[in-house]
Design a protein around this ligand. Structure first.
Ligand code: ADP
Length: 459
C-alpha cells in the first residue's frame, strides 16, 4: 500500500496545533470527506497535536494518503522526545480521556514507538470516488491555509478557543456515543424478542403438525379397527339369529334370553363400529358424494317406512310435512336420509308424549329440513357439546347401553359434506328442533333431468 506524504506540519508552539487543525480540515475537504467528517478528523488530529505539545514539548504532524485498499487518510503525530512513549503509556487521566474521545472520531488510532520518541497514528477511510489529483491539490491548499494562518497568528492565538471547542465537541460526541450504545442495546433486545417470537411460531407450527399427524393416525386406526370388527360382529349377529330361528334345535327360555342378549349387544356394537367408520372416512376425506335427482315425497315415503318400527310409543305421533309436495332435490339421497334418520331416532328416543314432526321446505334459498319434538329438550349449556364425539346428556331417558354419542357429530359432518349446516334450538321440558339447511345446488329445478348419479369427490 503506497503512502504519499501530503503535508508535514511542525509542532513547536501552541498555535501550530491550530495549523494542524486547519491543514487537516483542508486536506479532508479536498479528499471529499463530508463536512462532519472533516471536523472529526481535524479535531482528532489537533487534540493529538496538543498532547504532543504537552507531553513531548513538540513534534510534527504528517498528513499522508494511502492508496489502499482501503484508501485512507493518515495523520501521524510524532512527539520527538524519548519520554513521550512512556508518558503515553502511563495512566494520565487527561491524556486517556482525550485519546478515547479522539479515537472515536476516526477509524483507527494507535501509538507506535519510534527511535526518537513515539507517534500517534490516526486513520480514516476515504469516501468513494476520489479524484485523481486530489492528493496533490489537497496538499497545496492545506499549505496555503497554514501559511496564511501563520503569517497572521500571534503566539497563543486561537489556542484557548480551540481547546474549548474541542472539549465541547468531545463531550457532544460522548453523548452521541452513549445514545448509540442505548440504541444498539434496544436493537439487540428487539432482535432477541423477535428471535423468541420466531422460535415460538416454529414450536406452534411443529405442535400443529404433530397434532395433524396424530389426528390422521387416529382416523387410520379407527378405520382399520372398525373394519376388522365388522366381520366378526356380522357373524355373531347371523349365528345368534340362526340359534333364535331354532335351526340347530330347540332353545330353553333362559337360552333364548341369553342369545337375545348376545344379539342385542352385537347390534349395538355394530352401530358403534359403523358410526366410527363413517366418521373416520369423512375425516380422511375418503367419502364420495353421489348426487342424484329424486322427489321429496319419495324420500319421505321411504323414511316413513324405515322409521315406523322405531315409533313404538303410542303416545307419540310421527308426522311428515312436505312443502311443496312435488319438490325435487338434487343431492346425495343416502346421506340425506342418514342424517334425517339419526335426528328422528333421537327425537323418538327423547320424547315420551306428543309429536315428532319431520318437515321439509324447498324455496329459492335451498332446502330446509327440520325435526321438531315435544320431548325433554336440551339445556342451553349442552347445545354445543352434543355435537362432539361420544357426548351424551345425562337424563332419565338415556337408556343404559343405548346410543353411541356419534349420531349428531356424524350428522353434522355429513351435512357439511353436502354443503349444508345442522343446528339446534331447544328448551328443557318443551322440546327441540334440529334444522338441516342445504344450499340451492341441492334443489333440482322443475322439469330438469332425473338422475346423473356421478360420484363427486369432496375434500
Ligand atoms: P346418541 O343419540 O347415540 O346418544 P347423538 O350424538 O345422536 O348420540 O346425541 C347426543 C346426545 O344429544 C344424546 O345422547 C342426547 O343426550 C342429546 N339429544 C340428541 N337429540 C335429542 C333430542 N331430540 N332431545 C333431547 N336430547 C337429545
Amino acid at each position: 500500500m503506497a503512502n504519499r506524504l501530503l503535508l508535514d506540519v511542525p509542532i513547536r508552539r501552541l498555535h501550530d496545533v491550530v495549523a494542524v487543525r486547519r491543514g487537516c480540515r483542508e486536506v479532508a475537504a479536498r479528499l471529499g470527506f463530508a463536512p462532519q467528517d472533516q471536523v472529526r478528523i481535524a479535531t482528532a488530529a489537533s487534540e493529538m497535536a496538543r498532547i504532543a505539545m504537552t507531553y513531548a514539548n513538540g513534534g510534527s504532524a504528517a498528513l499522508s494518503l494511502a492508496d489502499g485498499p482501503p484508501a485512507q487518510m493518515t495523520v501521524t503525530i510524532g512527539g520527538h522526545d524519548p519520554g513521550f512513549a512512556d508518558a503515553l503509556d502511563g495512566t494520565d487521566s487527561e491524556y486517556e480521556s482525550v485519546r478515547a474521545g479522539a479515537c472515536r472520531l476516526v477509524d483507527d488510532c494507535r501509538v507506535e514507538a519510534r527511535r526518537d520518541g513515539a507517534a500517534i497514528v490516526l486513520e480514516k477511510a476515504l469516501p468513494a470516488g476520489l479524484p485523481a489529483d486530489a492528493g496533490r491539490v489537497a496538499a497545496a491548499d492545506a499549505s496555503r491555509a497554514i501559511d496564511a494562518f501563520s503569517v497572521k497568528a500571534q503566539p497563543g492565538d486561537g489556542t484557548d478557543e480551540l481547546q474549548r471547542q474541542n472539549r465541547e465537541l468531545l463531550q457532544a460526541l460522548a453523548e452521541l456515543n452513549q445514545r448509540q450504545d442505548e440504541l444498539r442495546g434496544l436493537t439487540r433486545e428487539l432482535e432477541e424478542t423477535n428471535r423468541g417470537v420466531v422460535a415460538l411460531y416454529a414450536e406452534i407450527e411443529e405442535k400443529a403438525e404433530r397434532l395433524r399427524q396424530a389426528d390422521a393416525m387416529k382416523s387410520r386406526f379407527l378405520s382399520n379397527t372398525s373394519h376388522e370388527l365388522r366381520t366378526p360382529l356380522s357373524s355373531i349377529r347371523a349365528l345368534s339369529q340362526l340359534l333364535l330361528d331354532r335351526i340347530d334345535g330347540e332353545l330353553s327360555a333362559e337360552q333364548e334370553r341369553q342369545v337375545r342378549f348376545i344379539q342385542n349387544a352385537a347390534i349395538d356394537l355394530s352401530e358403534l363400529v359403523d358410526g366410527l367408520l363413517d366418521l373416520a372416512k369423512i375425516e380422511s376425506g375418503k367419502i364420495a358424494v353421489h348426487r342424484a335427482t329424486f322427489s321429496l315425497a319419495e324420500l319421505f315415503g321411504a323414511l316413513r317406512g324405515m322409521l315406523r318400527p322405531l315409533a313404538s310409543n303410542a303416545e307419540v305421533a310421527l308426522l311428515f310435512e312436505v312443502e311443496p309436495a312435488g319438490a325435487l332435490l338434487h343431492t346425495d339421497e343416502g346421506k340425506l336420509a342418514q342424517i334425517l334418520r339419526n335426528l328422528v331416532a333421537n327425537a323418538l328416543k327423547f320424547t315420551e308424549h306428543g309429536t315428532v314432526t319431520v318437515s321439509a321446505q324447498v324455496d329459492a334459498d335451498g332446502a330446509h329440513f327440520s325435526v321438531t319434538d315435544t320431548g325433554i329438550g336440551i339445556a342451553h349449556d349442552d347445545l354445543q357439546r352434543i355435537f362432539e364425539e361420544f357426548e351424551q346428556v345425562r337424563n332419565p331417558l338415556q337408556r343404559a347401553g343405548k346410543g353411541t354419542g356419534l349420531g349428531l357429530p356424524l350428522s353434522r359432518s355429513l351435512a357439511a359434506l353436502l354443503g349444508g349446516t345442522l343446528s339446534v334450538e331447544s328448551a328443557p321440558g318443551k322440546g327441540s328442533t334440529f334444522t338441516l339447511r342445504l344450499p340451492t345446488d341441492a334443489i333440482q329445478p322443475a322439469g330438469a333431468g332425473t338422475s346423473d348419479g356421478a360420484p363427486l369427490e369432496r375434500p
